[in-house]
Ligand binder design. Sequence first.
Ligand SMILES: [Fe+2]
Length: 405
Amino acid sequence: MSEKQNQPSSFSIHEESDVGWDIHTPVNETVDAQGHPFPDKVFFGVPDPRAPKRRAYDDPEVEALRQRLKQNNGIRGLDICEPDQLDQIARIFHRDGFVVVRNLLNAEQLDRFRVGCVQRLQQILNIVGEGERKYVTESYRLPHRYSLGTSSASRELLHDPIWASMVDLPTTTPILEKIFGSLDYRVRGAGGDLCLPGAVEYQHLHSDVEDEQVIPAGRIEQAIASGVDVKLDERGEPDLLSKRLIMEMAPGYITINFLMSDLTWENGPIRQVPGTHITRQLPPTPEQEPEWMRLSTLVGAKAGDGVIRDLRAWHGATPNLSRSIRAMPNVEYVSPWVPETLSRQTMPDEIWQSLTAHGKRICRLVKADPGVWPAGAGEMHPIASSRKALKQQSKLSAKATKQDD
Ligand SMILES: [Fe+2]
C-alpha cells in the first residue's frame, strides 16, 4: 500500500481537526482479515442497529443523536478520586469494576503521550483506504475505531519509549500496589484505543477477559490484602461466600487508560456498566441493550486523568460526534497469581534498561533478550493479513541480520 497524499500530514490528537467523518465509509461496515467488507463473522465489528445511516456531521439523524446525548449522556454523580485517596480508589474499583482518578499524568507526561498517539495514528491513517474511503478500517472492528495494541504487528506498544515510560509512575504505582495487594504484579502489555470523529456507531458491550473462576493460593492472598475475611469449611477450603468474595475482590487483569482529552457528551466517552465485573452473565446484545446502559459513560473525566478498569467489567465505546479524536492509550497489568507462561516478550532489552528499578521488575517477563528486536514491533497496520506479513518480514530480516553478524 502506498502513502495517500490527501491525508493530513499533522493533526492534533485532542483538539479539533479535519480527521474522520468519512462519508464514503458505510455505517456498520466491518472488514475481515484480508480487508473484505461485511464478512460473515464480525467479532468486534458487531453492527449497531440504532446508528444513524450516514456518516455525515450535519446529517439529521446524527443531529438527533447529538441532541439526545447532550441532554442525557454520562453517569450521574460519577465518582472521581484524587491519586492519593487510595482507600477510596480501591473501594470504588472493587464496587464498580472501574474508577476514574484525576491527574495521573502531569503536563509533561500528557504532552509526551499525546505526541506518541499522533505518531502511531499517523502510521495508520497514511494507509490508503479502499475505493473512495479515506481510511482503512481495522479488521473486525467498526469504522473509525482503532486499537493501538492490535494494530501493532507485535500486538503491543512496549517497544515505544513513550508507552514504556508510563509503566511505573509516582501516581499509578501506589494505586496498583493497593489493588493488587503487593508490588508483585506485572506488566502484560500496552496499547489503548482511539476513535476518530464520525465514529457514529456504539461498540457492543463486552468484557475484555473471562474470569476462569480459579482460586490459586496467590488469589486468596490478594483478596485478604483487600480486606476479605476468608473463612474455611470443614475440608479446610474457603467456604462458598469466601470463594465468591475472593473472586470478586481479586481480579487477574487491570488496565489503566490515560485520557488525552476531556471526555464530553459528544466525543465518544467510554461506557462502563457498574458492578458487572462480578457477573458471569453475558452482556446484552446491541438489540437488547437498554438506553441507560448506552448513557452510562464517564463524561466529566478530564485530560490527564485515568480510568482504572477491571477487564471483566462490561464496557464499550460510544459515538464520537465531535470534530476531535478521542484517544485513550493504556498500560495493562496482571496479578501475581496469573501464570507467567502467558507473557509475550514485546519490550526490547534497550527499552527495558531505561526503566526504573520497579519498572524493570514488573516488565521482566515481557522483555526480549538483548539484541533481539520483538517481531513486528514498530509496524502498524489495521488489516490483520498485512500485519501478519509485516511480522513475518521482520522475523526474516532479524534472521538475516543475525547471519551477517
Ligand atoms: Fe474492550
